[in-house]
Design a protein around this ligand. Structure first.
Ligand code: SAM
Length: 248
């Protein structure tokens, strides 16, 4: 796979052609978080071979596993694994993988060596793995469940998060009522109306999509001491998405 050299930056986000350099988090490397806590924020640009979202996500995940995290153990838990494509990439890289999801409908026929656990992530104990992956999951949860899950994941391992973030200028499609910015519990973002499909939430009718600053606050409040914001931001059919690597 190409595009696997990353450059750690202490400056502002690099804009992709046609995409604004959003996601400034009030200083790229600082000792104090939005709530006055001590969270260190730095940035890393990971070049990708294509802007096609599927390739972008896999290339970034593979790069992070190869070059950014240095786990004690080559074990990984993939929460909200869905189709298990990311689990399969981790397994190819030599990780012993546990895939967790509340549904089995998109499971591949052949899981290979991947261990699958059918569970609601809101009840699951993720401790004991070398790496935690939360890909395409956090933004399907309500704030309290996001906090609870991130706290349970904050046990020592690096946590790779990939999520929708609310960046008004990158929202795609026509204007919707749910694009209205709300503040709740000190967070800022939008209330997304969850659908009824195999990729959606389980049990909650709305979920919370944070602004970029609010995402940092979420990591800070749930006990993380450092977060690497991965550039570039990229865009789905709904709006902006981003990878983060958070460490206790
Ligand atoms: C958008 S898909 C992401 C799949 C894959 N991780 C990816 O990034 O492409 C979200 C997945 O999270 C699962 N999910 C949503 N809420 C869940 C919950 N509370 N407990 C367990 N799985 C959940 C869904 O079943 C779905 O497979």
């Amino acid at each position: 796979m190409t595009g696997e050299t990353g450059e750690r930056e202490t400056g502002p986000a690099t804009a992709r052609a046609g995409v604004p350099a959003t996601a400034r988090v009030d200083g790229a490397d600082r000792a104090q978080g939005p709530d006055g806590g001590a969270i260190r924020v730095d940035r890393l640009t990971i070049p990708v071979p294509s802007e096609e979202i599927g390739i972008h996500r896999v290339a970034t995940f593979v790069h992070i596993l190869k070059h950014v995290v240095a786990p004690d153990r080559r074990t990984l838990v993939d929460l909200g694994a869905g189709h298990c494509k990311f689990s399969q990439w981790a397994a190819k890289l030599g990780f012993e993988v546990t895939a967790v999801d509340g549904r089995t409908v998109r499971l591949p026929e052949d899981l290979g060596a991947i261990r699958f656990v059918l569970s609601d992530v809101r009840d699951y104990d993720p401790r004991g793995h070398g790496v935690v992956a939360l890909l395409g999951l956090l933004y399907h949860l309500e704030i309290a469940d996001q906090e609870s899950l991130l706290r349970r994941c904050c046990y020592g391992a690096p946590v790779i998060v990939e999520t929708q973030v609310h960046v008004p200028e990158l929202v795609t499609g026509e204007a919707k009522d749910w694009h209205a910015l709300v503040t709740r519990d000190g967070y800022e973002g939008v209330d997304f109306p969850e659908g009824d499909n195999p990729m959606a939430s389980i049990g909650n009718r709305t979920s919370f999509w944070h602004t970029e600053a609010s995402m940092i606050r979420l990591f800070e409040r749930t006990g993380y001491g450092a977060v690497t914001v991965i550039d570039p931001v990229f865009v789905s059919g709904y709006g902006a998405r981003r990878f983060y690597v958070a460490r206790p």
